[in-house]
Design a protein around this ligand. Structure first.
Ligand code: AMP
Length: 291
């Protein structure tokens, strides 16, 4: 596994690597969710490439950029054992040198939900992913269903700007109580950690209501809200039952739908989702059960 720092170093290293190249963009502090993406890239591509970059452009001024968890030695050990071939760990001024002034703004799909709650977030995400696509020239790029709107935004950007890589979205990997793995889970104290399982229960409540015949999106959103309200430590930011491609809220759930939410547990903001696609539910994978 080759670890590179500068862009010329990365480019040089990639010239010697076989195609197809699969890219897994990350912000580090890796967990089993990231490693599932790396293993998928490893299985499907001749070169499995990973970026570790805590992208300042996607954090708001009041957000957790400064305290975002970091542990590069541990990340590199995990990537080595997952079979990564090339890792790029740039400094912020390698990605955004002095005088930097070009950003990618995706339209409607980036506006609701996370886009509304975190102004500028997807502009930062789309910009860094565009730069990563140019840096790695990957054939495939792997993203997690955990960040469903991010995947939709990147798919839209790739389509609109003719970026070549195929965008592959992999299932959400979960802890045994259903909590979606996230680097931010490390912020939770033990009591908050127990409370955080309410997101999975709330998404499950919507799924069960749907399976019992409920098709009103308002009622399905209410099922999620009602479950969240049973947990005193949980403060709902939004619940949504939306079209998975456009992210527009639905009136009725008759076909595909993305059920998603953002919830604060103490100071920690968590997001999660279930996807109803072609009549079946993508609820992710509990680690150890099929992971
Ligand atoms: P991050 O380091 O949080 O920016 O995440 C890097 C990539 O890993 C993104 O494509 C995320 O959607 C994905 N990811 C994060 N958590 C999970 C998870 N629990 N399961 C699957 N993919 C994940």
């Amino acid at each position: 596994m080759q670890v590179t720092r500068t862009l010329p170093e990365l480019r040089e290293c990639l010239t010697t690597r076989p195609r197809p190249i699969g890219l897994v963009p990350t912000m580090g502090f890796l967990h089993a969710g990231h490693l599932a993406l790396v293993r998928r890239a490893r299985a499907e591509c001749a070169t499995a490439a990973v970026s570790i970059f805590v992208n300042p452009a996607q954090f708001g001024p009041q957000e957790d950029l400064a305290r975002y968890p970091r542990d590069l030695p541990r990340d590199l050990r995990m990537l080595e054992s997952a079979g990564a071939d090339v890792v790029w760990v740039p400094e912020a001024d390698e990605v955004y040198p002095r005088g930097y002034q070009t950003y990618v703004t995706v339209g409607r799909v980036a506006e609701p939900l996370e886009g509304a709650a975190r102004p500028g977030h997807f502009r930062g995400v789309a910009t860094v992913v565009a730069k990563l696509f140019n840096a790695f020239t990957p054939d495939h790029a792997y993203f997690g269903q955990k960040d469903a709107q991010q995947a939709a935004v990147i798919r839209q950007m790739a389509r609109d700007l003719n970026f070549p890589p195929e965008i592959i979205v992999c299932p959400t990997i979960r802890e045994s109580d259903g909590l979606a793995m996230s680097s931010r889970n490390t912020y939770l104290d033990p009591q908050e950690r127990r409370a955080a399982a309410v997101l999975y229960r709330a998404l499950s409540a919507a799924m069960i209501a749907y399976q019992r015949g409920q098709r009103s999106a308002d009622n399905l959103r209410a099922a999620m809200r009602d479950t969240l309200s049973t947990e005193p430590l949980a403060k709902m930011e939004y619940v949504s039952a939306a079209d998975p491609d456009t992210l527009q809220e639905l009136d009725r759930v008759d076909g595909n739908a993305l059920f998603s939410m953002a919830v604060r547990i103490g100071k920690t903001r968590l997001i999660d989702n279930f996807l109803l696609k072609d009549g079946s539910w993508d609820t992710g994978l509990i680690q150890g059960k099929g992971e």
